[in-house]
Design a protein around this ligand. Structure first.
Ligand code: SF4
Length: 113
Protein backbone atom coordinates (compact mmCIF):
# COMPACT_ATOMS: atom_id res chain seq x y z
CA UNK A 1 0.00 0.00 0.00
CA UNK A 2 1.33 3.42 -0.98
CA UNK A 3 1.63 6.08 1.73
CA UNK A 4 -0.48 9.20 1.22
CA UNK A 5 0.50 10.76 4.53
CA UNK A 6 3.07 13.56 4.49
CA UNK A 7 5.69 12.65 7.06
CA UNK A 8 8.35 15.26 6.30
CA UNK A 9 7.38 18.68 7.68
CA UNK A 10 4.33 17.09 9.25
CA UNK A 11 2.22 19.69 11.08
CA UNK A 12 1.53 17.35 14.01
CA UNK A 13 5.21 16.51 14.46
CA UNK A 14 6.24 20.16 14.21
CA UNK A 15 3.62 21.14 16.82
CA UNK A 16 4.73 18.26 19.05
CA UNK A 17 8.32 19.49 18.89
CA UNK A 18 7.25 23.04 19.75
CA UNK A 19 5.22 21.82 22.72
CA UNK A 20 8.14 19.71 23.93
CA UNK A 21 10.54 22.65 23.72
CA UNK A 22 8.05 24.81 25.60
CA UNK A 23 8.01 22.25 28.41
CA UNK A 24 4.52 20.84 27.75
CA UNK A 25 5.85 17.30 27.96
CA UNK A 26 2.59 15.39 28.47
CA UNK A 27 0.76 17.12 25.60
CA UNK A 28 3.83 16.74 23.40
CA UNK A 29 4.08 13.02 24.17
CA UNK A 30 0.42 12.45 23.33
CA UNK A 31 0.81 14.34 20.06
CA UNK A 32 3.95 12.34 19.23
CA UNK A 33 2.11 9.09 19.80
CA UNK A 34 -0.74 10.27 17.56
CA UNK A 35 1.76 11.16 14.84
CA UNK A 36 3.34 7.70 15.11
CA UNK A 37 -0.09 6.05 15.05
CA UNK A 38 -0.91 7.87 11.82
CA UNK A 39 2.45 6.88 10.31
CA UNK A 40 1.94 3.22 11.23
CA UNK A 41 -1.50 3.22 9.64
CA UNK A 42 -0.39 5.06 6.51
CA UNK A 43 1.16 2.06 4.76
CA UNK A 44 4.50 2.25 2.98
CA UNK A 45 6.14 5.42 4.30
CA UNK A 46 9.65 4.73 2.94
CA UNK A 47 10.64 6.97 -0.03
CA UNK A 48 13.70 4.85 -0.90
CA UNK A 49 13.48 3.35 -4.41
CA UNK A 50 16.29 0.82 -3.99
CA UNK A 51 15.32 -2.83 -4.20
CA UNK A 52 16.15 -3.64 -0.61
CA UNK A 53 15.07 -6.34 1.84
CA UNK A 54 14.99 -3.70 4.60
CA UNK A 55 12.57 -1.35 2.77
CA UNK A 56 10.35 0.39 5.32
CA UNK A 57 12.02 -1.29 8.28
CA UNK A 58 13.54 1.81 9.86
CA UNK A 59 15.18 -0.06 12.73
CA UNK A 60 17.17 -2.26 10.35
CA UNK A 61 17.83 0.52 7.85
CA UNK A 62 19.12 3.05 10.40
CA UNK A 63 21.15 0.41 12.24
CA UNK A 64 22.86 -0.66 9.01
CA UNK A 65 23.62 2.96 8.06
CA UNK A 66 24.99 3.66 11.54
CA UNK A 67 27.13 0.57 11.14
CA UNK A 68 28.82 1.48 7.88
CA UNK A 69 28.65 5.28 8.35
CA UNK A 70 29.09 5.79 4.61
CA UNK A 71 25.87 7.78 4.14
CA UNK A 72 22.49 8.42 5.72
CA UNK A 73 19.20 6.64 4.97
CA UNK A 74 17.55 8.11 1.88
CA UNK A 75 14.58 9.54 3.78
CA UNK A 76 16.96 11.92 5.62
CA UNK A 77 18.63 13.32 2.51
CA UNK A 78 16.03 16.04 1.94
CA UNK A 79 16.43 17.38 5.49
CA UNK A 80 20.23 17.36 5.18
CA UNK A 81 20.13 18.96 1.72
CA UNK A 82 17.80 21.65 3.06
CA UNK A 83 20.38 22.57 5.73
CA UNK A 84 23.36 22.25 3.35
CA UNK A 85 21.65 24.45 0.80
CA UNK A 86 21.16 27.15 3.44
CA UNK A 87 24.86 26.88 4.36
CA UNK A 88 25.92 26.87 0.70
CA UNK A 89 24.42 30.34 0.35
CA UNK A 90 27.40 31.56 2.40
CA UNK A 91 29.48 30.96 -0.73
CA UNK A 92 26.83 32.43 -3.02
CA UNK A 93 25.76 29.13 -4.53
CA UNK A 94 29.26 28.14 -5.72
CA UNK A 95 29.13 24.70 -4.08
CA UNK A 96 27.81 23.04 -7.25
CA UNK A 97 30.79 24.36 -9.22
CA UNK A 98 33.17 23.18 -6.50
CA UNK A 99 31.65 19.70 -6.57
CA UNK A 100 31.94 19.49 -10.36
CA UNK A 101 35.61 20.53 -10.20
CA UNK A 102 36.40 18.14 -7.35
CA UNK A 103 34.68 15.14 -8.95
CA UNK A 104 36.83 15.60 -12.07
CA UNK A 105 40.16 14.92 -10.34
CA UNK A 106 41.78 11.58 -11.13
CA UNK A 107 42.20 9.51 -7.99
CA UNK A 108 40.19 12.03 -5.99
CA UNK A 109 39.90 11.19 -2.32
CA UNK A 110 37.65 14.15 -1.62
CA UNK A 111 40.12 15.81 0.71
CA UNK A 112 41.99 18.03 -1.75
CA UNK A 113 40.19 21.14 -0.41
S1 SF4 B 1 14.95 4.89 7.74
FE1 SF4 B 1 15.28 3.65 5.92
S2 SF4 B 1 13.53 2.28 5.89
FE2 SF4 B 1 12.98 3.97 7.22
S3 SF4 B 1 11.95 5.44 5.87
FE3 SF4 B 1 14.12 5.99 5.97
S4 SF4 B 1 15.04 5.04 4.16
FE4 SF4 B 1 13.08 4.03 4.56
Amino acid sequence: MLCIMQIDNNELAIRQNELDRAGHKKEAYEMKMEFLRQVRESGDHCPCKEACPHHGNCFECVTIHRGHRDHLPMCMWDMINERLHALSLLTEGSLMEYEKKCAGCAGCTGDCG
